[in-house]
Design a protein around this ligand. Structure first.
Ligand code: PLP
Length: 372
């Protein structure tokens, strides 16, 4: 990793500024190589959320600019991460008053595992479809989406396609050019990199009208002084994650299998993670009807196990997971949801301990009953 001790503004026209610029550009080159993109396609941002916003808003307004006001349909499933759901809702709301939103939301249908039902999608048309967006892997269930299929359809129709790959990058092989999407979002803290560092890959021919105005850094998409230290840390973490990916996948798959077999033996348990159809190896999303999700995580917390009821990104908000309800799970069942994730710090002993605790924790939570 480059010496990033005293990096100044990479836009500075002095020696230390030029050094900072070199560090930033080396990181860009490394990220591009690791993700199958060109150097010019790599834009550093401050989070996965920011990358998603820049892409979906940028492509939506880019569609208006290049294809006219009739390009107003945005295709997205309700099971997306809030970084997408909230952005699409905002674009499709009546922002200026007067009853005339600029975009319409076309909800992408999903099956009971949360995967987009590709055969039920409407025919895409460049004149009316502004943008389609889909996550590569769901942050709650870990289930993979048919993003390559969707990318092919979007490209054939000339409709821009954004992939939220925040959960995938560093955990699955990602080749941006082979995938063929217009843009792709990633987040460094998801693959062991620094917090508040994101990546947006954007094809050169993607028409992106950035909602960020300013000094025009990062191809004019992400104005603001760049962060060379963060970029270098992001590149180094991605390189490490990619080199350990296969071994880590095998290790975590064993953990997942073990936990799923313990869950499967608990009466009435529901399993939403679907390894047979393709899923991230470190995710287990399940539900125990009759138990309150909050009771499950509190009991596990007391035993020293960190878990959540749903999206960790919106933890603290006590409500049924929008991902599970979007998959058709009844609210009373979704309230008993438990999401467990394993990563590089998880050991076989941790998993054994969890497996021995879980049946008793579910019994206790069920005995405590549901909050009214
Ligand atoms: N998209 C997905 C699928 C995520 O899982 C997350 C965060 O967990 C985000 C977007 C947001 O990323 P960040 O936390 O970097 O803003």
């Amino acid at each position: 990793m480059a010496d990033t001790g005293m990096l100044l503004n990479p836009a500075g026209q002095y020696a230390s500024g030029r050094h900072a610029q070199r560090v930033l550009e080396d990181a860009r080159e490394q990220v591009a190589e690791l993700l199958g993109a060109d150097r010019a396609e790599v834009i550093f941002t401050a989070s996965g959320t920011e990358s998603d916003n820049l892409a979906v808003q940028g492509l939506a307004y880019g569609a208006k600019k290049s294809r006219g006001p009739a390009a107003r349909r945005i295709h997205a499933a309700t099971t997306e991460h809030p970084a997408i759901v909230e952005t699409v809702d905002w674009l499709c709301s009546d922002l200026m008053g007067g009853g005339a939103p600029q975009f319409d939301h076309s909800e992408m249908p999903v099956d009971e595992k949360g995967r987009v039902r590709v055969s039920e999608l409407p025919e895409l048309e460049a004149s009316v479809d502004a943008v389609m967006t889909c996550m590569w892997a769901n942050n709650e269930t870990g289930n993979l989406q048919p993003v390559a299929d969707l990318a092919g359809r979007a490209a054939a129709a000339g409709v821009p396609f954004h992939v939220d790959a925040v959960q995938a990058v560093g955990h699955l092989p990602v080749d941006f050019h082979a995938l063929g999407s217009s843009t792709l979002a990633a987040s460094a803290h998801k693959f062991g990199g620094p917090k508040s560092m994101g990546i947006l890959l954007a094809r050169r021919d993607a028409v992106l009208v950035s909602p960020l105005r300013g000094g025009g850094q990062e191809r004019g998409v992400r104005s603001g002084t760049a962060n060379p230290q963060g970029a270098a840390g992001t590149a180094a973490a991605l390189a490490a994650a990619v080199s350990e990916m296969e071994e880590e996948r095998r290790r975590l798959s064993v953990f997942r299998k073990k936990v799923l077999s313990v869950v499967g033996a608990i009466p009435q348990s529901q399993i939403y993670t679907d390894p047979s159809g393709g899923a991230l190896p470190g995710h287990v999303h399940v539900a125990f009807p009759g138990a309150e999700g909050d009771s499950l995580i509190m009991l596990l917390d007391v035993a020293g196990v960190d878990a959540s009821t749903g999206s960790a990104c919106s933890a603290g908000v006590n409500r049924a997971s929008h991902v599970l309800t979007g998959m058709g799970v009844p609210v009373e069942v979704a309230r008993g949801a438990l999401r467990l994730t394993f990563g590089t710090a998880t050991t076989a002993d941790d998993v054994d301990r969890l497996c021995s605790l879980l049946p008793g924790v579910v019994d206790q939570a069920r005995a405590a009953g549901m909050a009214s």
